[in-house]
Design a protein around this ligand. Structure first.
Ligand code: F6R
Length: 242
């Protein structure tokens, strides 16, 4: 595991974007695994900046997103598809048909999960997977207790994750209770994984990730078994590591 500690969130975002940009320069038809949430927003901004300067080209790039809420249509303002379009895809020259997000409105969600896993295998595996981390160690929507052998599947969100995401919805009732997520094993298929963490509220999770054992009660710990993992953390998130 490589650990890069930055002074602040801005530097973290620039560092992550630099790694992605150099991946795209090396391999213009790269497959990127992407995440939503607050943490990667700065990275997407930096990627858009270098695209606008003509330094990158997304014409041949494909993307696979980690997860999607069940029940939200792609144009719902809180769906992850909408998030990705707004913060990244609509701002670069990627072909929309090459951007994959699980379909949270599929009638048969088990079938959708297998279909998505098949897409990962057909167009992937990602050359590089960007990840955030939950305070309880979740990655994607893989909550504590998820099997390390899991493929893409449907999950019931824990009260703490629903609470953490409630800030984006008008009422608590509107926060979805289920999601489709790549499993731990699906995430592990990526050739390289970059996990980002910023802020004091992530410090305990980063401490546990660095010092703890692999344990299904702390999903991110599975990443310790991945051959090419880079953590990019700011000083606040690194505060509990000596
Ligand atoms: C998002 C995702 C989640 C987030 C995690 C951290 O696609 O899969 O695992 O990465 O909840 O979220 P933020 O970055 O908002 O703290």
């Amino acid at each position: 595991m490589e650990v890069i500690v930055t002074n602040n969130y801005e530097e973290l975002s620039r560092k992550a974007a630099e790694i992605i940009d150099s991946q795209l320069k090396k391999e213009p038809a790269s497959v990127l695994g992407l995440a939503t949430g607050s943490t990667p927003l700065g990275t997407y901004k930096e990627l858009v900046k270098s695209y606008e300067k003509g330094q990158t080209d997304y014409n041949g790039v494909s993307t696979l997103n980690l997860d999607e809420y069940v029940g939200l249509s792609p144009d719902h303002h809180q769906s992850y598809r909408c998030f990705m379009d707004k913060h990244f895809f609509d701002l670069i020259n990627i072909r929309k048909e090459n951007t994959y997000v699980p379909d949270g409105r599929a009638e048969d969600l088990a079938e959708e999960s297998s279909r998505y896993e098949q897409i990962i295998d057909e167009i992937g595996p990602p050359d590089l997977q960007l990840l955030g981390i939950g305070e309880n160690g979740h990655i994607g929507f893989n909550e504590p207790g998820t099997s390390f052998e899991s493929g893409t599947h449907v999950v019931e969100l824990t009260p703490s994750t629903r609470q953490a995401n409630a800030r984006f919805f008008d009422t608590m009732e509107e926060v979805p209770t289920y999601a489709v997520t790549m499993g731990i094993q699906s995430i592990h298929k990526s050739k390289r994984i970059i996990l980002l963490a910023s802020g004091k509220h992530k410090a305990e999770a980063i401490r546990q990730l660095i010092y703890g054992e692999e344990d299904e009660q702390f999903p991110a710990s599975s990443l310790k078994g991945h051959p090419d993992l880079t953590l990019i953390v700011d000083q606040e998130a690194y505060a509990l590591v000596n």
